[in-house]
Design a protein. Sequence first.
Length: 295
Amino acid sequence: MSDVIKNKYDFVVLFDVENGNPNGDPDAGNMPRIDTESGFGIVTDVCLKRKIRNYIEMLKEDEAGYKIYIKDNVPLNRSDAKAFEYFNVDEKDIKTSKKSDPELDIKIRSFMCQNFFDIRTFGAVMTTFVKANLNCGQVRGPVQLGFAKSIDPILPQEITITRVAITTESDAERKGTEMGRKYVVPYGLYRVEGFVSANLARKVTGFSEEDLELLWQAILNMFENDHSAARGKMAVRKLIIFKHESELGCAPAHKLFDSIKIAKKQEIEVPRSFSDYKIELPETLPEGVSCICKE
């Protein structure tokens, strides 16, 4: 494992969707999430973190130090138990173990950070009420994402489809097709902002330079192996990184984010592709801050 990061980072990810549903809302019949007041599209932070986790899991295939804590069909307690097994601790006698080793809680949290990439990156709440004794603590991760929001308001479309997959035998006797519906965004360009804290990496999780490069790689490729008919064509278009020379940063993140200007081109009325937008990066930056653009 490489050295822990020493620089603060702020970053912006631009991604788009074409004829797909980037993040369905179960409370609205799985329609694309939308801010009902403004009409702007929304993609939640947990949706994007899921894509990043899936990419790391696929790339590393449970390699030591790169396991994924929050994954499909794996109860959290199963992963929690690995730390207890490593330190030969009986969960039923945890109080006695902690008395004999006052630093056991710290050791267990460190074990989880060292072995699970997503805990080292995003943090985790590793406590459950179902099995209170199997407690690995809470970790605040150095990498945080906000909600993604579309650059312009979106207009989700409900598309009626026919299907030949009949559900029941009785239905098959009466009809040859059934009706279905799909919700899509014809086109939307989304922007999400994120933060990487070198201070939390040093003090809490040990998030390293190698982890950081892997994170950038995962962000750039998070849709490439996640294609489906429901999500249409999704792609990361730009990853704009602001690197600070210090651990605590050299300029406020919101000022750096505001320096990126994104707007549809003057002659475009309704954007239908990434080329319909004009993106301007800052020409000058605060002292101690550099800008890196990845595509």
